[in-house]
Ligand binder design. Structure first.
Ligand code: NAI
Length: 265
């Protein structure tokens, strides 16, 4: 089945690499006009936009730090200026700054919160304002869709990554509380919680011996590809998911089934 996002405008934060890149390409192929946000890797951001255009789609690359209010306002203003509207936000940007708890610096804590949680707040708020202002454009059953990139660590505790797990736990309730607040306006807010997907954020954990150890945590027996997540993002953005509101879709090969209990614990 082909999923169409024809005539819709999508902003994907952190679109220059990993999951964001795959989502940008999938949205472009589905006919969306794509705003590829990047923070510092301009070359990669522009390359993603170029690939979409080469395939016959429309895209622009826009620099913005999602943790900075003025940057987020500029990102949305640029999208609206260029494409006339915003219909879909994928709040995907995220970072890890790992440390044992007692060694974790305030900078490491705040750095992760700033991007992973405040960044999602700022982008989602800008999206809700844009959806309200433009109203029903007749391009989708909902007047706007927000997809928050969470993680299996919104439910699985993660020693050595307390800042990251806390940020994703925060994303879960940011997403569901916002979904509850705006559902009556036909704004759909959902999240994706990936498990282990091979991208730059977890390069060390997904290669060699580390990968073998990781596979013990994945009942389905493989590490995920960015496309596994892009397909979920395509579904959630489309009218196929029109009755899906306030849900987290786990894309994790069964990681949250706690495979350690498979043999009676
Ligand atoms: P990645 O490192 O390739 O992507 C993260 C992107 O966020 C990068 O493009 C980076 O430039 C961007 N970014 C970081 N700080 C930013 C800021 N302040 N403003 C704008 N952009 C910023 O890694 P990946 O895996 O693609 O991560 C994407 C999202 O998926 C993250 O939120 C991550 O937490 C989440 N995730 C990834 C999993 C995986 O196994 N790869 C598992 C669970 C969640």
């Amino acid at each position: 089945m082909n999923i169409s996002l024809e005539n819709q405008v999508a902003i994907v934060t952190g679109g220059s690499s990993g999951l964001g890149r795959a989502i940008c390409l999938a949205y472009g192929a589905a006919g969306a006009h794509v705003v590829v946000n990047y923070r510092s890797d301009e070359k990669e951001g522009k390359e993603v936009a170029h690939l979409i255009e080469q395939a016959g789609g429309k895209a622009i690359a826009v620099q913005a730090d999602v943790g900075e209010e003025a940057d987020v306002d500029r990102l949305f203003a640029t999208a609206i200026n260029q494409f006339g509207a915003v219909d879909i936000l994928v709040a995907n940007s995220g970072v890890q700054k790992d440390a044992a708890f007692a060694d974790m610096t305030l900078e490491q804590w705040q750095g992760v919160m700033q991007t992973n949680l405040t960044g999602q707040f700022l982008c989602a708020r800008a999206a809700v304002k844009a959806f309200r202002l433009q109203g029903d454009r007749g391009v989708s059953r909902a007047i706007g869709k927000i997809i928050c990139m969470s993680s299996v660590h919104q439910v699985i505790p993660w020693a050595g990554h307390v800042n990251y797990a806390a940020s994703k736990g925060g994303v879960a309730l940011l997403m569901s509380s916002l979904a509850q607040e705006v559902a009556s306006e036909h704004i759909r807010v959902n999240a994706i919680a990936p498990g282990a997907i091979r991208t730059p954020i977890n390069e060390a954990a997904t290669q060699g011996d580390a990968a073998k150890k990781l596979l013990e945590l994945i009942p389905y027996g493989r590490i995920g590809d960015p496309d596994d997540v892009a397909k979920a993002a395509l579904f959630l953005a489309s009218d196929l998911a029109d009755y899906v509101v306030g849900t987290t879709l786990f894309v994790d090969g069964g990681m949250t089934l706690y495979p350690g209990f498979e043999d009676n614990g």
